[in-house]
Every structure is written in C-alpha cells, then in structure tokens.
Design a protein around this ligand. Structure first.
Ligand code: GLU
Length: 486
C-alpha cells in the first residue's frame, strides 16, 4: 500500500437513469486500481444537480453493477464509515465547510443577478473573450456582504482564485500540468438554492471519504486546477488524480447516441455478456504488456497497473466488442447459454420447453453469434423448417431431378440408421460418407447439398450431419419427406 494509506477509489455518478459506457469504463478502472492494490471501491451518488435526478436511478445502477460483477465495498446500499453516500444527504457537511472558507476570506458571496451575469456574458462573447465572472462582489467588505445576506438578498458563493501566478497540478498519466491563474474563473461553489456545485461537493467528499485516487474522464482536466486550489484552501492533502483518456468513436468524434448505442443498458438488452463488456472496457486506454487481449475480471484485478494507462484517446470499436462477445459466447456451455438466451428465444415465440433439444440447437448456433439477440434468427430454422424454393435443392453440378433422386437414396440410408447412432455427429458422417463413396463415386456435393437444404431450407447452414444430430431421426426424416411433396 502506498504511504501506508488505505487505497480507496470511488465511482461518483450523477443519477441520470442510464449508465454511459464511458462511465462504466471509469468505474472499472477505479475498481481495478482499488482491487489490484488491496483497496476499497466506493459508490457515491452525486445528485446535487437535481434537475437530472431520475427516480429509481440508484436502484438500476446497482443492478447493472451486480450484473457486470463489480461489487462496491461502501455506498448508499451498503454500510460504511464515511456515509451518507448520497450528496443531497450531506448538505449540513458542505455548509460547515463553506462557512470556513467564507470566514477565512477564501470564498465570497456574490449577489449579482442572473440578468447582470447574462449581460456580462453576452458582452464578453461579443468581444471574443472567455465568459467569466468579473469579480464585482469579490470586493464587498465582510460587513456589506453579511448585511445583504441578512436582508435576504439572494447570493451564490464563489471560490476566490489567485489573481496571478501559476497553478501546478499533477496527473498520474500526464505528469505535471501548469495553468495560468489568471485564466481561472471564480467558480460557484454554492448555488443560490444553497446546494453545492459538483466542484465543491466532490472535493469535500473525496477528502472526507479518504479517497486516495480519483479516476475520472479527462473532460474534467479543465476543472483540475480549481479542485487543487480548493484542497489547498483547506490545507488538505490531495488524492492522486488519474484523468482517463477520452473515448472516441471510430470516425474520431465524441461517442454519442447518434452513432450508436452508448448506454450499458442497450448492450445488455442486445445480449452482450458481462465478461465481454469488462474485457472490452478494460482495454479502452489500458495497454497491458505483451499481446494478451483476453482478460477475465479476476485476472484484471491482479494485473491492472496504472503504468499501463495512456493519455491518447481510446477508440470505441464495436467490432472489437463483438469479437470479445463471440469469444465469450463460444466459451459458455450449451446449458449456460440456454439460461442466458431463453428470454431472446421466447421473445421470438420459439418453444424452449424441450431443453435438451434446444441446447443442441444452441450448440449449432453458438459458433456464429456476435450477440445473444442474434440467436433466434440464427437457429429458428431448427425450430421450424422455413419455406424455400424447390430450385434451392439443385446442386450446381447436376440437375434438380438428379439432386432429388440422390436425396431419395440418402433417405433410405438414413431410415436404416439406428436411433442410437444419432447421438454422435461422427456416426452419421461415417455412414453417409461411406455410402457416397461406394454408390456415388465420392461426389459429396451431389448428395450432401440436397440433403442439407431439405433439412434446413437454407442456402447456408451447419452441416447436414450436425442438423440431423440436433433434430433427431424422426424430425430429420419428416423434413426430407416434405421435399418430395414440393
Ligand atoms: N459526478 C461526476 C460525473 O458524473 C463525477 C466526476 C468525478 O468522478 O469526479 O461525471
């Protein structure tokens, strides 16, 4: 452990109702740093921006984290020594600390009206200046300020930024970064309704909750000097800051809803597995040594190191996510996949009662899946023989009549195979190949094409032997017989 201090990381989302995949990555990196150092992972709900609050958001957030397998050690739903873990339940705490800053002259009340601020901003924009507060109220004396407040005038509380010099901050990925103090706005710490801003509550909480490392998106880099100045104003030790690289879509733009799914909920609904999402997110900005790219959560908990984090933007490549998902789907047992995908099959009104058989269908389909929601379409031909054109039975090297003739011969062979032999694909292969070798000059396509089409009704499908294994003897013969009625 570093400096003998407990390693504590937090995930601090606003309760918007949905979990952005980028936020999940932030959470994952925080979790992995904590776990790889034997530390704690904490959930804190940052709900001070009440407009955005969504009922049930906390519950659904916790459900997603349970589903994905990241467990919090402390949070609103757990016991912990540093609660409450919901910011709107901590208002007294923020009050106490803002009063300290006011008393020490490190923050000030600003009574400027919204109209005045708006006018100022418009002027600044016209003059192509960065919009920022002109610090009028910074010069009010303590007495004036108290008097106005007592008279009931509305105010916000602003942080007093240094007027000159540099603010030097340190990010674990980027190293030292310098900001000109004169570029910093006297930001609002407490809004006119008495509720703190993110910038204030976040620092107070990180300190009081003994957070050792802050992982957050690099969109917060511009706030970084202001945060550090707050720590300094209180004379507090700063946690280590790790600003994670931006997530971009493949075209190089910001990841947004317009280009595709951005919420973890969307990916769950489409049948992405938690293992795939974790593996994919872990490699969005983290570069492990060597070329290993398959990582389980347990491995990540051991292997993850801050040194492997880069500052260049990470590209969100859906094909890569599909690659991981196919990988993890293939590595599930048929029985596990039955449980995971029954909802998708039922949604398409496929009858899943005969579990043994459905697992066989899944076995045939799982090699081809990118996501579980593709399963019904991939294997529905096994549930019901689709309608197909008689012409499809024709193998390219012979006539339709010859193709059907060959199928008739195979039908007799299949009728003579004992039921028991249908338990192994290899038995069926052996019997049918040896028949073709002896009676059909070894021209496999002349026989196997019409057989496969009669069983699947499709141009592309698994081999006829696999299909017969999955369907069983009766259903296989039923399908073959239908061909002759066409
Ligand atoms: N509430 C902030 C957000 O949702 C948290 C940022 C941070 O981790 O400091 O983006």
């Amino acid at each position: 452990m570093e400096n003998n201090k407990e390693v504590r990381l937090r995930f601090a989302p606003s309760p918007t109702g949905f979990l952005h995949i980028g936020n999940l990555r932030t959470a994952l990196f925080g979790y992995l740093i904590a776990k790889s150092k034997g530390g704690k992972f904490i959930l804190r709900l940052e709900d001070t921006d009440q407009k955005r609050e969504v009922e049930g958001a906390l519950k659904s957030l916790i459900n997603i984290f349970n589903w994905i397998g990241l467990e919090f050690d402390e949070g609103p739903h757990k016991k912990g020594d540093y609660g409450p873990y919901i910011q709107t339940e901590r208002l007294d705490i923020y009050n106490e600390y803002i009063n300290k800053l006011l008393e020490e002259g490190k923050a000030y009340r600003c009574f400027c009206s919204a109209e005045r601020l708006e006018e100022m901003r418009e002027k600044q924009t016209e003059l192509k200046q960065a919009p920022r507060y002109d610090r009028t109220c910074r010069n009010l004396s303590k007495e004036e300020s108290n008097k106005k407040a007592e008279a009931g005038e509305k105010f916000v509380i602003r942080q007093k930024m240094p007027l000159e010099g540099e603010v030097v901050v340190f990010d674990e990925i980027r190293g030292e970064i310098k900001f000109k103090a004169s570029d910093l706005d006297d930001q609002v710490l407490i809004k006119s309704n008495g509720i703190p801003t993110y910038q204030f509550a976040n620092v107070i909480d990180d300190h009081l909750m003994k957070i050792s490392h802050v992982t957050r998106g690099d969109e917060w880099l511009t706030s970084f000097p202001k945060n550090i100045l707050l720590y300094q104003a209180f004379n507090w030790e700063t946690p280590k800051f790790i600003h994670l690289p931006l997530l971009l879509n493949k075209g190089g733009g910001k990841l947004s809803k317009r280009q595709g799914d951005v919420y973890v909920e969307d990916y769950i609904a489409k049948g992405y597995l938690p293992e795939a999402i974790i593996n994919f997110c872990a490699l969005l900005g983290w570069h492990p040594k060597g070329d290993k790219e398959i990582f389980s959560l347990e491995e990540l908990e051991k292997d993850f190191i801050i040194n492997g984090l880069g500052s260049s933007p990470a590209i969100f490549d859906l094909e890569k996510l599909d690659y991981y998902n196919s990988y993890y789907i293939k590595h599930k047992t048929d029985s596990e996949l039955y449980e995971l995908s029954k909802k998708f099959l039922e949604e398409e009104s496929l009858n899943i009662e005969n579990r043994e058989q459905v697992e066989k269908f899944i076995h045939l389909g799982k090699e081809r899946l990118k996501k579980l929601s593709d399963l019904p379409e991939t294997i529905s031909f096994l549930f019901h023989l689709p309608d197909y054109e008689k012409e499809l039975l024709k193998w390219k090297k012979i006539t339709l009549e010859e193709s059907i003739e060959n199928l008739k011969k195979l039908k007799e062979v299949i009728e003579s195979i004992e039921d028991d032999k249908f338990k192994e694909v290899s038995n069926l292969e052996e019997i049918i190949f040896s028949y073709i070798k002896e009676n059909g000059e070894g021209k496999n396509g002349d026989y196997l094409w019409p057989l496969r089409v009669s069983l699947s009704g499709k141009k592309n499908s698994p081999s006829p032997f696999e299909i017969m294994w999955a369907l069983g003897k009766d259903e296989s013969l039923k399908r073959i017989n239908k061909t002759f009625l066409k």
